[in-house]
Design a protein. Structure first.
Length: 153
């Protein structure tokens, strides 16, 4: 009888208190990952005293006067283009990411999230020489570098 009671108690405890990995919801997983590289050496570089803000995001800076080599840039849920202004000391460049989005189910607790596919990147070319899309899919809970930004200095 003790074993039967213990078995029922154990099943109830697992049912009510069990940890489901789907219940862990991660934030900011709709952001593309971008790295800066030197056009000359092709090595990854750090941009000193850099400020980055999203166009149409109430000038809310994503990075403010920071040393940046890896960026996480949130993509727009509303449109098919997301734009950012990058201030590097006295220079300014604007970069536009053209993308599509698809709604995907994460879990019962986390609900739905958008997956994005990068299509094209445009930039003004003040100090950005070129941009390479290395992994066009921006998906929930993936950590792949999506874009390499080559700068002229």
């Amino acid at each position: 009888m003790k074993l039967h009671f213990f078995g029922i108690f154990l099943l109830c405890a697992i049912f009510f208190f069990g940890c489901n990995p789907d219940d862990i919801c991660l934030s900011n997983q709709h952001a593309l990952r971008a790295n800066f590289f030197s056009m000359e050496s092709k090595n990854q570089v750090t941009m000193l005293n850099t400020t980055i803000f999203g166009v149409g995001m109430d000038n809310d800076s994503i990075y403010k006067n920071e040393n940046v080599n890896l960026m996480f840039l949130p993509l727009s849920f509303d449109g098919d283009t997301t734009s950012f202004v990058i201030f590097q000391q006295t220079l300014r460049d604007t970069i536009h990411f053209v993308h599509t989005k698809n709604l995907s189910f994460i879990s019962r607790k986390c609900g739905f999230n958008f997956d994005f596919t990068l299509d094209t990147v445009y930039f003004t070319g003040t100090f950005i020489d070129s941009v390479s899309i290395t992994y066009p899919l921006v998906r929930y809970n993936e950590n792949f570098d999506n874009v390499q930004i080559y700068i002229m200095f």
